[in-house]
Write a new protein. Structure first.
Length: 124
């Protein structure tokens, strides 16, 4: 399975935002959606503030793959459900990275948002 390089992890982890284009059923890419992104260890995570019912999250479920762009890294990825055990690490990463956005960061830390945590895995 492909993995992120240290340079990619650093660049994505340092970027404020990520643009996500999920694949439709026919393989074409949807319009990019901009969101927050965090690095926790050797993994990259995103979440939907609106939880599993959020529009972009529902779109990701079609094929569970797409393309991301963040920190100068442009990569095809697979979207994998993060295990419940991974959520606390992502929570800490969100608090550390976006804590200056008092009040706003709390929206990605609700149980609804936590349940939508996706791990981004690079594709070959």
């Amino acid at each position: 399975m492909p993995t992120w390089t240290e340079e990619e992890l650093t660049r994505i982890g340092s970027a404020v935002e990520l643009d996500l284009e999920s694949e439709r059923g026919d393989g074409s890419l949807r319009t990019p959606v901009t969101m927050w992104v965090v690095r926790a260890g050797d993994h990259v995570y995103i979440r939907s503030v609106k939880g599993r019912g959020g529009p972009w999250f529902r779109g990701v479920q079609t094929r569970r793959q797409g393309r991301i762009s963040s920190g100068g890294v442009r990569k095809s990825v697979t979207f994998q459900e993060a295990d419940a055990s991974e959520r606390s690490g992502a929570d800490a990463a969100y608090r550390e990275k976006y804590g200056a956005y008092t009040g706003i960061v709390d929206h990605v830390l609700t149980e609804q948002a936590r349940e939508s945590t996706l791990r981004l895995v690079p594709r070959s």
